[in-house]
Design a protein around this ligand. Sequence first.
Ligand SMILES: C[S@@+](CC[C@H](N)C(=O)[O-])C[C@H]1O[C@@H](n2cnc3c(N)ncnc32)[C@H](O)[C@@H]1O
Length: 300
Amino acid sequence: MRINQHYQEILNSSNDSLFVWKIYSEITKLLSENLSLSIREARLEARFIIQHTLKVQHQFLIRNSNELIKPEKFKKIMEYVKERLSYKPLAYILKEWKFYDMKFFVNSNVLIPRQDTELMIDLILNNYQKQESLSILDLGTGSGAIGIVLASKFKKAKVLLTDMSSEALNITKKNIFFHKLKNISTIKSDWFEKISNKKFDLIISNPPYINKRDTHLKNKVLLFEPKNALISKQKGYADITKIIKLSPKFLRANGALYIEHGYNQSRKVKELFQKNNFVKIKQKQDINKIYRITSGQIKI
Ligand SMILES: C[S@@+](CC[C@H](N)C(=O)[O-])C[C@H]1O[C@@H](n2cnc3c(N)ncnc32)[C@H](O)[C@@H]1O
């Protein structure tokens, strides 16, 4: 990567004190020009880096844009920027990320929670009452993002989070502890393998669903994420198929399954729901008008 002289000087200067607004705009340009981010994306990342380093909220940056940043803070900011220029995702650099406005610790053993997945939370919040004593299963929980947000919204629910990866579950547990949630438990399991004799009102999953030949896997962010969180056999359908087939046995009467899938998988996923006795099948589009979530209720 070639960074012009002006930016090299900024990156390497450690004793300079600069104004908040100046650093904000320089980092935005630097990230945008070198990582092919849109200005909007780069501005957001620059903001996260500055906020994280100064331990302040967005409002503080707006109100104090004419403040000077101390040299040691400036140095730290530039260390983060340098690391980001190696294409490492910002979430892994800062070791935390926001999902549904809640903080989640992350590392390279878990998928970075996506904004797309927030759609799943919106749907469930729309379809269930917050006072309901639901029993919820989040399969392939990773950082715990989906299950933890649901446990915090549905205080009377009992939520079970599972993953096959012990390393991922270590992060899940850290996040449960951080959010002080008592209505959650975790279990290491290959999908339903260790979940005998339990039935749920709601099974939710964002499983691996990318075909190993999908060219999106060349995307720089995905290169840093765990392959077992992304790729699934049978052209991306192996895990989705397994979950849809096995779920009915673990659902209570009128229980529902919600599953996130790839941009090009909605037709086949709907067929899988139909073949496995689901009714009231619904599909939800993301902001780009692509069907990304399929849900269905089990016949009584
Ligand atoms: C796409 S990630 C989703 C993580 C998280 N739910 C989210 O939405 O951010 C898929 C998760 O499924 C887990 N996983 C993969 N194969 C699994 C299996 N056979 N049984 C249980 N979990 C599995 C991975 O470890 C990963 O954490």
